[in-house]
Design a protein around this ligand. Sequence first.
Ligand SMILES: Nc1ncnc2c1ncn2[C@@H]1O[C@H](COP(=O)(O)OP(=O)(O)OP(=O)(O)O)[C@@H](O)[C@H]1O
Ligand SMILES: [Mg+2]
Length: 234
Amino acid sequence: MLLEVQGINTYYGLSHILFDVSLQVDRGEVVVLLGRNGAGKTTTMRSIMGLTPPKTGTVLFNGHNVTGLVPFKVSRLGIGFVPEDRRIFPDLTVRANLEVGLRKARDKSTSWTIDRVYELFPRLQELANRRGGNLSGGEQQMLTISRTLMGNPDLILLDEPSEGLAPIIVKVLGEFIDLLKREGTTVLLSEQNVKFSLKHSDRAYIVDNGHIKYHGTIEELEKDEDVKKRYLAV
Ligand SMILES: Nc1ncnc2c1ncn2[C@@H]1O[C@H](COP(=O)(O)OP(=O)(O)OP(=O)(O)O)[C@@H](O)[C@H]1O
Ligand SMILES: [Mg+2]
């Protein structure tokens, strides 16, 4: 397993938010963490990154115990995080935003470069000299993901990437996730958009009120009308 989250309990102050959350992501997989508003998706990702370290439990990444490490160290070990609020630098150009993220691949045959990103997203090349702040929501999302790829992570955490995007952009995003998978990048996605998630993931976990209530393959979940009705409102 590339990522193993084992029984973590995470708090904001005195509020207990995650209860014994465990999940695993194998190399090359796209795994989705599904859950409603406030279920604990972002807190799980923040716990993995060390932004809100768990009080108990363990996070193992690529053989390292990363529990409680500061975020930049977690990132250096090869986890890229795309937060839900898409923090691009609004005053920097698109190209400069990408350059900020640049870091050489550690030990992989494939490595992301600005030119490769432009090849995949010709739109970003067209916008190369535009200020990040002047991009549309969808373009900013592509830019944030691309900037994170520039760090050549072994695992990329995408926190609700489809949120607030127009359907046509969600489609582009989905194609992009498929492409990441083909390139061998491992993805942990958090989503509320069930249809989108089922289409682009291999396996799913459902988090509800800070508890993992379900995990299985997408085929298994597709067939489980009870679980879908209970937790996913579909
Ligand atoms: N900084 C904070 N301080 C206190 N409580 C918080 C904080 N951030 C989140 N929470 C609470 O933690 C719980 C889980 O929130 P979290 O942001 O992880 O949910 P989420 O699944 O990402 O939801 P969303 O779909 O709205 O992004 C919620 O009850 C939320 O109110
Ligand atoms: Mg969230």
